[in-house]
Design a protein. Structure first.
Length: 267
């Protein structure tokens, strides 16, 4: 219990971005490690559901702190381990804490991509379900959440939040001129939009405003590439924009027709 209280006190100091922040974040990570050595004994010996719930709540809070500390210390290779340790007790708040932390971290897009692990386009089966998003080495943080065995995790609730996170990640990628990451995010949005409308057990409709924004931004990128005479990439981004527009369900196909007309002018 002492390590739990200590970590919560230290985090306020670490977030002050003072010269001692690095030292404090390292202290937090050590405290979490000591707490984890103790917590499993408590969880194994809990006599009531409410008691187990209290310890699980504390553990989630410390995992969120450990994630935050690892991000701020640039311990990128430790992130998959933290997510793996959290897998069996994930809930919506912990998922949001992880994603909010990495997206507001100010880290380079390449490091954010390393954490989020958005699959490259060639590894995605665009007609498949979310479960068919493949990675060569490790699952994406998003797929890890989606496949979590935790009884506290609501995949439906998480899907409702996911478009906002994909939009933020896409913006970060564009600002960093990491167009490979940006393209991968768009492909993931396509899979999610298609999957959501096809999965009867997990009904989900990708917000039209988000799809319109992504499609418009993708088409703007295609135009930039046309001006730069990068024809192959122009066609690729134009196709992505049209695919996104085709998934919009409440505009009568207006954006799709507009993009097709403008795309024809480019070609």
């Amino acid at each position: 219990m002492g390590e739990y209280v200590k970590s919560n006190k230290l985090v306020a100091e670490a977030r002050g971005h003072t010269p001692s922040s690095v030292k404090v974040y390292k202290q937090i990570r050590r405290s979490v490690q000591r707490f984890e050595a103790y917590i499993q004994i408590e969880l194994d010996t809990c006599n009531t559901t409410s008691e187990r719930g209290r310890w699980t709540h504390k553990y989630r809070l410390l995992l969120a702190l450990d994630f935050e500390a690892a991000i701020n210390l640039k311990h990128w290779n430790d992130i998959p381990s933290i997510i793996d340790r959290a897998s069996n007790m994930l809930d919506d708040k912990l998922c949001s804490a992880f994603l909010d932390c990495i997206l507001r971290s100010g880290a380079p897009a390449s490091n954010i991509a390393q954490v989020v692990k958005v699959p490259p386009p060639q590894s995605i089966k665009l007609t498949s379900c979310m479960s068919e998003l493949h990675l060569t080495n490790t699952q994406s943080i998003i797929c890890s959440f989606h496949s979590s065995p935790s009884p506290s995790f609501s995949a439906g609730a998480f899907l409702q939040k996911l478009p906002r996170y994909l939009r933020c990640l896409f913006q970060i990628a564009l600002e960093a001129k990491d167009y490979s990451l940006a393209e991968s995010v768009l492909h993931q949005a396509i899979v999610l939009a298609r999957d959501g409308s096809a999965d009867a057990d997990l009904p989900f409709l990708y917000p039209s405003d988000e799809l319109k924004w992504l499609a418009s931004m993708a088409f703007n990128r295609a135009v930039d590439l046309y001006v730069a005479s990068v024809d192959e990439d122009c066609r690729k981004w134009g196709d992505i924009a049209i695919t996104l527009a085709d998934l919009i369900r409440d505009d009568g196909g207006a954006l799709l027709r507009l993009l097709r007309q403008n795309y024809a002018k480019l070609m």
